[in-house]
Structure formats: C-alpha cells, structure tokens
Ligand binder design. Structure first.
Ligand code: PGA
Length: 244
C-alpha cells in the first residue's frame, strides 16, 4: 500500500482532492465510489472550488456511494443522500441522475441490495473508490464480524459505530441501528482505492491495517491484498505507524 503523510487535515484533504481531479481529467467518464462521514468534507470543498475554477469537470462522471442508513429518506438531514447533495453534488456540475446512493426507505431490502450490485456492474465497475475508516476498522458499514459479506447487504451497526455517529444526531436514540452497505467484494473490485484518515483518534487503526495481517475483526485489513491502494493521512493519524 502506498502511504502519503500530510501535515494536517487541510493538507490531507487537498492532496486527496488533487488525486481525484487528476483522475477525472484522465478519464472524464469515470465511475467514482464515494464516501460520507466527517473526514471527506474538506476534500469535497476542495473539489467544489476546483470545479468552480474550471479545473475539474464532473459532467460525465457517475458516482456510487458506499452506504445509507435504513429508515432515513433522502430528504432527512442525516441521510447520506442528503449529505452527498449538500456537501458535493448540489455544488458541482454532476448530473444527479448519475449519482447513486442506496435507498434507505426501500421496502424490499434484498431487492434493493441486488439492484445496487447490478447497477455497479452495469455502469462498468468502480474506477476510483474513496474510503474513510471507522475507529473499529469498518469500511463502508462493513463492521467487524466473524464473516464479512461480499455483496451489498443490510447490516446492524455496532455499538461503537452508533456511539461514534451520535455526534451528528440530537440524541443517541436517533442514530439508526441498521444500514445498507456495499460489501467487501464491491469495494475490493474497485480498480483503485484511496483511503483518507485524520486525527489522533485514527492513529491506532491506521497502524493496525499496515501490520501485514488480515482479520475480519478489522475489515480494513483486507485492503492490504488490493493491488492499488493509497492511504492519505495527516501526521496525527500517522503517529503510531511502525517504521519498517
Ligand atoms: P469519519 O467516519 O470520517 O466521520 O471519521 C469514517 C467512517 O466511519 O468510515
């Protein structure tokens, strides 16, 4: 895995945005896998600025998001569809019809998951996947477990994740306990992966995923067998990386 260490959150975000914009320049009709959470917000701000300055063109880009809370509509201000619209899509020249987020209100969840995987295949697979990482090593909402799912599926969020996401809700009882998430197969099939992490709170998990061992207790350790992963961290998140 390729590791880039930047000074702080701002520099990490700028670097990630530059990688994405260069990628889009080389392949204007690319399929981007996108992520939500606190970490990508500044990277998306950089992409919005670059788009306004005419440095990156999203008009032919398709995007596929990793996950969505079950039970929240796209209009709910904590849904990931709402997050993507307000933090990126509404502010760039992407065709919203080409942006995909699982439907958290789908009545038939199995059907929704199956259709989501089929859609990824139909549009040609993900060229460049953005990932954040949970403190527990989850990617998307693939939580630590004895067995991990390859396909898009409904998942129960761990207590750890619910606690961590409570900061975005008025009270912890409001945090949804289930989500639809792309599986590890969908993520690992992406041709290129960029994982971003910032802050001391991520230092432990970042060092763990670089130890050369794989465990389903830390789903992100699987990334070590992907042929093209770049991890961009700030100095705080890099603090515990063991020198070779
Ligand atoms: P964060 O979440 O960016 O808000 O830290 C990352 C994740 O849980 O994947």
């Amino acid at each position: 895995m390729n590791i880039i260490i930047e000074k702080n959150y701002e520099a990490m975000s700028k670097k990630a945005a530059e990688i994405f914009s260069e990628f889009i320049e080389n392949k204007p009709d690319c399929i981007l896998g996108l992520a939500t959470g606190g970490t990508p917000v500044e990277m998306y701000k950089n992409l919005i600025r670059m788009n306004k300055e005419g440095k990156v063109d999203f008009s032919k880009v398709n995007s596929i998001n990793l996950d969505e809370y079950r039970g929240l509509s796209g209009d709910h201000d904590q849904s990931y569809r709402y997050f993507m619209n307000t933090n990126l899509f509404n502010n760039i020249n992407i065709n919203k019809a080409n942006t995909f987020v699982p439907n958290g209100l789908a009545k038939d969840i199995e059907e929704e998951c199956k259709n989501y995987d089929e859609r990824i295949e139909q549009i040609g697979g993900i060229d460049l996947q953005l990932l954040g990482i949970g403190n527990n090593g989850h990617i998307g909402f693939n939580e630590p477990a004895e067995f991990l799912n390859t396909k898009t599926h409904l998942t129960h969020l761990t207590e750890d994740t619910i606690q961590s996401n409570a900061r975005f809700f008025d009270k912890i009882e409001d945090v949804p306990t289930e989500a639809i998430t792309m599986g590890l197969g969908g993520i690992m099939k992406a041709k290129r992966i960029v994982l971003i992490a910032s802050g001391e709170g991520k230092a432990n998990i970042i060092s763990k995923i670089l130890e050369g061992k794989i465990t389903t207790d830390i789903p992100a350790t699987l990334l070590q067998v992907h042929p093209d992963v770049t991890i961009i961290v700030d100095e705080a998140a890099a603090k515990l990386i063991k020198q070779p």
